[in-house]
Design a protein around this ligand. Structure first.
Ligand code: SAH
Ligand code: DHB
Ligand code: MG
Length: 221
């Protein structure tokens, strides 16, 4: 329904305001070689994430789910020279692709890719006392989104912005009887987000070159 129009408008916005440099173009293309082709954010969504990072003056960013490093590059470009970004990725093959893309973007001095299960890596980050992070982007596997969000809160301070991708899933979240583990994961997350008193949050529906979805945005009180 109107998908063609949404795509054309996404292109229009991208041509005006979502211009990718060669490193971003390369990273976008190379997600085809990852384990989840096409799961990267769109160019305009990347720009949006970058704008949010800039607006909170982010010096430390944490990302869950690197894939080929496309969103990583958009975000890391928002960092000052002494900034730092940690991105967590389960698959070594994806991390290898991301590393090459991040090097090509000249961002390897500020980006630290860690390979493993996010729920195993997060306690190590807490022990290392690297936080609090200024911005956290949750975009890994969907079933444990609620647990990821709890970890994000632990690694936050008042003013931290937490963004969670893919929480609308073409509106499938409206169906309480949906049995897809991804849908159930984000339904559970959305409910806990609504009940959480530690954040001021909303969800923005996203349309365009990606299928209909949404991003939750939470500001830690
Ligand atoms: N943020 C990327 C897209 C991420 S796609 C972008 O927009 O460019 C989701 C990624 O999460 C995949 O690379 C997948 O391998 C990774 N992933 C899946 N389960 C994970 C886990 N338990 N821990 C860390 N990463 C995981
Ligand atoms: C899926 C994951 C993503 O991060 C995304 O942006 C799109 C789809 C998925 O697991 O289906
Ligand atoms: Mg995503």
């Amino acid at each position: 329904m109107d998908q063609e129009l949404f795509e054309s408008v996404d292109q229009y916005i991208g041509n005006l305001l979502g211009i990718e440099d060669d490193a971003l173009k390369g990273a976008f293309k190379s997600t085809e070689d990852t384990t989840m082709p096409g799961a990267n954010v769109s160019a305009n969504q990347g720009k949006f994430l970058q704008l949010l990072a800039r607006s909170v003056n982010a010096k430390k960013i944490l990302e869950l789910g690197t894939l080929g490093g496309y969103s990583t590059i958009w975000l890391a470009k928002a960092l000052p020279l002494d900034g730092h970004m940690i991105t967590l990725e389960l698959e070594q093959a994806n991390a290898d692709i991301a590393r090459q893309n991040i090097i090509k973007a000249g961002l390897d001095p500020v980006v630290d890719i860690r390979v493993g299960k996010a729920l195993e890596l997060l306690p190590l980050i807490e022990e290392e006392e690297i936080g609090p992070f200024d911005m956290i982007f949750i975009d890994a596997d969907k079933p444990p989104y609620a647990e990821y969000f709890e970890w994000a809160l632990k690694l936050s301070r008042p003013g931290t912005i937490i963004v969670c991708d893919n929480v609308i899933r073409e509106g499938k979240i409206l169906d309480d009887n949906n049995t897809d583990e991804k849908v159930k994961g984000v339904q559970r997350f959305n409910k806990m987000l609504a009940a959480n008193k530690q954040v001021t949050a909303t969800i923005i529906q996203t349309i365009g070159s990606k299928y209909h979805d949404g991003m939750a945005i939470a500001l830690v009180n």
